[in-house]
Write a protein that binds this ligand. Sequence first.
Ligand code: UDP
Ligand code: MG
Length: 319
Amino acid sequence: MSPVEVSVVIPVYNEEDGLQALFDRLYPALDGLGDSYEVIFINDGSADRSAAMLAAQFHKRPDVTRVVLFNGNFGQHMAILAGFEHTRGKIVITLDADLQNPPEEIPRLVQTMREGHDYVGTIRRQRNDTAFRRYASRAMNGLREKITRIRMTDQGCMLRAYDRNVVDTINACREVNTFIPALAYTFASSPVEIEVGHEQRHAGESKYSLYQLIRLNFDLVTGFSIVPLQWFSAIGTVLSLLSGVLFVVLLIRRFLFGSEVQGVFTLFAMNFFLIGILLFGLGLLGEYVGRIYQEVRDRPRYRIKAVLEADPVRQRTEA
Ligand code: UDP
Ligand code: MG
């Protein structure tokens, strides 16, 4: 098993329209690097011709290509994790298959890593997404950064570089719900961010709906921090103190003015407000309980159907 300098990990889910263009730009960019490299594609249970196209590409460049075939759709991050397990490069780079991250930026990432960093994040120079999505993701980002203390200017961009040690540490993690760049950030000792270009999706549609994006942010917050729970108990404490004061005030008024029956609607408003907070807290608690449930079930995170590689050193079926 000869180590290589650079491993590129690319998750693929129903990308038949864009894959050929990706091959046409990725391989020349890597050939020009002047280092040994390998490309690991993970087919995340695509229903189109993606798997066949990846197999064809493997037969064209078996020296530098490996293909991990999932037998179902387990999500982008599971695909990257499976890819990580099959890398051997000193530097590991992740990339989207849709060409939104230009492969021509890879040499710059490699160079930045060699300047002594063990994690290189990226910021899209000018995002070719809709204004609404840009705004929404900035707002969510700010809140997330406050809560998790993970500094990531642009969490949506998957073109990133990781040091072998960071990848090995990630490989040792067994969590079911995760967000790889955030996980890497927590393990990196010298993280850095650089600006990269960003293009419109080459072909096909985004695989993420708005709901899934919100979900992802929620996962990020609850997966990397228990600050929401702490905030919630703080809110609870403040509210019970306030109710205590209110109780005393009302008691005094009862003795001074006798029974007062006005303010029924105020009572309603306060009740709804408090019940709202209560339900929110219950939901929040549920998020954490759900995570614990998923973890204790301890099911395999994904299943690999086959691995196409020239030297089948490690055949894994599960991680
Ligand atoms: N992807 C995947 N599994 C999924 C969804 C997406 O492997 O269930 C891959 C997809 O093929 C692409 C990358 O993850 O290479 C990012 O997906 P997409 O471009 O749809 O996300 P967006 O850029 O809209 O955030
Ligand atoms: Mg994309």
